[in-house]
Design a protein around this ligand. Structure first.
Ligand code: AQP
Length: 328
């Protein structure tokens, strides 16, 4: 039985990329493993957030986790800021990190580019993420490809700490799916699909209406060749749509390419949209039943209590190893 931990930021409604790259695996990993899933709201405030919007996003994300198959009887679901050990071990991880390695993180470089005043939290995001993972003595972290670098840093920090102060942390491994780990923007298919993309046409959100999903896929950037075939280099738009189609329908890429031989992009896009809608609709139906339910708060309260009792043990161990606070 492996210990699994992962989180999603309530920066907006999760995208199709968040779902296919990470959240879809959260439910399947529940089988035979101990899973802990988190709404990482402290990560979200590394860029400015509207207080009302982030509150609403936190509730929606909790309901979506459950709608996507997280079973609170088997897994722990909680909000990061409700378990103070995250910020506390986050500080210890910041003190374990070097400026140079944090400045080299691709996400930091991307998100700070062109900014006059860069929030320090953008730089210290990875040590906080390391704390999230290490608090639960995690074996496996299901994430999309964009988080691979942060996970490598988590391993470096754990190793550095363990070497200096003794064996406190388990060394986590990433769990990156072979397909779907990097779903691309519909508007600019050489860039990853992101919640915070200013161009709303670039991203499918998991709560988008059927009409919007169809519209976005129909307007997705493709190429002039008019042949459906897979080539990430020369046909990034069509290849991205093929990945999405394959993951949403369970049909292999080869079968899809064969099926659309000699057919135009119009018919192909219509069918991609239909596959996305069919996959998302049942999630949305479950979400609609959950979002107003009292049950949601009870699950999050219980999740925070359970997460705290695990996290506190690791935090105490780390503080004792460092010699801070009082320990007998
Ligand atoms: N395009 C993507 N394809 C596959 N997986 C993805 N993930 C993100 N984008 C894609 C994975 O989703 C999980 C949750 O992501 P996150 O909320 O922690 O933040 P992120 O990685 O920064 O994702 P976004 O959507 O781009 O959010 P914003 O715009 O707020 O920064 C992670 O496992 C991630 O790898």
């Amino acid at each position: 039985m492996a210990k699994i931990f992962s989180g999603v930021q309530p920066t907006s409604i999760p995208t199709l990329g968040n779902y296919l790259g990470a959240m879809r695996n959260f439910a399947t990993l529940q089988e035979g493993n101990e899973c802990i899933y988190c709404i990482v709201d402290e990560h979200a405030i590394t860029v400015p957030q509207d207080p009302k919007e982030i509150q609403s996003n936190i509730h929606s994300l909790a309901a979506l986790y459950l709608a996507m198959g997280i079973d609170p009887k088997r897994s722990i679901l909680f909000i990061q800021s409700e378990v103070p050990c995250h910020a506390q071990l986050g500080w210890i991880m910041q003190c374990t990190s070097y400026m140079g390695e944090l400045e080299r993180m691709t996400q930091f470089k991307d998100k700070s580019k062109g900014k006059q005043a860069i929030p320090a939290g953008l730089l210290t995001y990875p040590p906080l993420m390391a704390a999230d993972i290490l608090l639960y003595q995690t074996d496996l972290v299901p994430v999309g490809a964009d988080q691979k670098q942060h996970l490598e840093l988590t391993r470096d920090l754990a190793e550095r700490f363990n070497n200096k102060y003794g064996d406190v942390f388990t060394m986590p491994e990433p769990y990156i799916p072979p397909v779907g780990a990097r779903i691309m923007s519909l508007a600019e298919p050489t860039k990853k699909m992101s919640k915070s993309d200013a161009n709303r046409k670039a991203t499918i959100f998991t709560l988008d209406s059927e009409k919007d999903i169809i519209k976005k896929i129909k307007s997705a950037t493709t190429d002039d060749e008019a042949t459906v075939r897979y080539d990430r280099e020369t046909k990034p738009g069509i290849s991205n749509l093929l990945d999405i189609f394959s993951l949403c329908s369970g049909t292999s890429l080869d079968e899809l390419v064969a099926k659309y031989q000699g057919k135009g992009y119009g018919e192909f896009k219509t069918d991609v949209a239909e596959a996305v809608v069919s996959m998302i609709k049942p999630i949305q139906e479950r979400y609609n039943n959950l979002i107003e339910s009292k049950e949601l708060d009870e699950i999050l309260d219980e999740g925070a209590d359970k997460a705290y009792s695990i996290a506190k043990k690791t935090l105490t161990k780390a503080e004792a190893a460092l010699g801070i606070g009082r320990h007998n």
